[in-house]
Write a protein that binds this ligand. Structure first.
Ligand code: FBP
Length: 323
């Protein structure tokens, strides 16, 4: 499909749909409902210091984390918008212990996994945060439809609320980025066909965990420091992965002797971002295999994660293999 910069997201989605004569339009409707819900989230984040959306709600979520007001608001806006389409059999979210089955979704063909506001601990200090989504086909009458490999995603993406608001997604035909033009209220194609650089010069690891890492991880970080790589770590996975997609290098959250399975969740963080990285020519791995070939066992399962430029990842995986 010839992609011309400046096209708006809704039109891009409909043109992509035309490539599939048998398409029912459901996936397009879903992507447009995500577009609409994230515009609301974006407008509230942009004026966060002026309206009562900062701070905590005084509740701990299923992750054991303090829930931010914006976590809850973002979750509610997304679930409301998505449920209203009638296209979803079920919705899973970082903010909800169990999956939610919308009353009007019994014939829904898809399930969606969400991280409504990734990096939310950064929202009070005005650092980039974002919404992550992962869509799978429904394969059951229960939440087993969520426990499918990442490679079976029909679409995945994120919206980053940073210096501008951008929506980046893929339906398996490459990765495209759209920037929200607040003047017209539309996402406009600004980054067509994103390709990761073969190699980068940046590593994004929380190095304060260095002493807790395995020898292999330490050796890799020592190696890239020797080679003059720069450390950039925002502690908002979405911001670190967005930069990696555009500039190359590696983002990682390894397992360590405290977080034995790592910190990042498979369903609504590792799988959707890993899907984009692989679609853009990079590699996403749990250290042993492609993250997209891992079959999740539970909704909030955590995993070690390494993703980025092909040459950098091959180097890291070779060092990890040596142990
Ligand atoms: P949530 O904010 O969605 O819970 O995500 C977890 C997260 O904030 C990631 O975005 C980020 O990469 C990581 O945790 C940072 O963890 P740490 O502060 O331990 O480095």
């Amino acid at each position: 499909m010839r992609v011309q910069k400046g096209i708006d997201l809704s039109r891009f989605i409909l043109e992509e749909e035309r490539r599939y004569p048998l398409a029912s339009g459901t996936l397009s409707r879903i992507l447009i409902s995500i577009e609409n819900a994230t515009k609301i989230i974006s407008s509230h984040i942009r004026k966060a210091g002026l309206v009562d959306v900062l701070g905590k709600v005084g509740r701990i979520n299923v992750q054991g984390e303090e829930v931010q007001k914006l976590d809850e608001l973002a979750n509610n806006w997304l679930v409301e918008h998505l449920a209203s389409t009638g296209d979803f059999f079920a919705v899973a979210s970082e903010e909800m212990e169990k999956a939610f089955f919308p009353a009007n979704g019994s014939d829904g063909k898809y399930v969606i996994s969400l991280d409504p506001l990734d990096g939310s601990s950064n929202v009070d200090v005005n650092i980039s945060v974002g919404t992550i989504f992962s869509i799978h086909k429904r394969i059951s009458d229960d939440d087993a439809s969520f426990l499918q490999e990442g490679r079976k995603q029909v679409a995945a993406g994120y919206v980053i609320y940073g210096s501008s608001t951008m929506l980046v997604y893929s339906t398996g035909n490459g990765v495209n980025g759209f920037t929200l033009d607040p003047a017209v209220g539309s996402f406009i194609l600004s980054h067509p066909n994103i390709k990761l650089p073969e190699r980068g010069k940046i590593y994004a690891f929380n190095e304060s965990n260095y002493k807790r890492w395995s020898n292999g991880i330490r050796r890799y970080v020592d190696t890239v420091k020797e080679k003059g790589y720069t450390l950039r770590y925002v502690a908002s996975m979405i911001a670190d992965v967005h930069r990696t997609l555009l500039k190359g290098g590696i983002f990682a959250y390894p397992a360590d002797n405290v977080n034995k399975n790592g910190k990042i969740r498979i369903l609504y963080e590792a799988n959707p971002l890993g899907f984009l990285i692989e679609q853009a020519g990079g590699i996403a791995s749990n250290g042993n295999s492609s993250i997209l070939d891992v079959k999740p066992e539970s909704l909030h399962q955590r995993t070690p994660i390494f993703m980025g430029s092909k040459a950098d990842m091959e180097e890291l995986l070779a060092i990890l293999k040596e142990g």
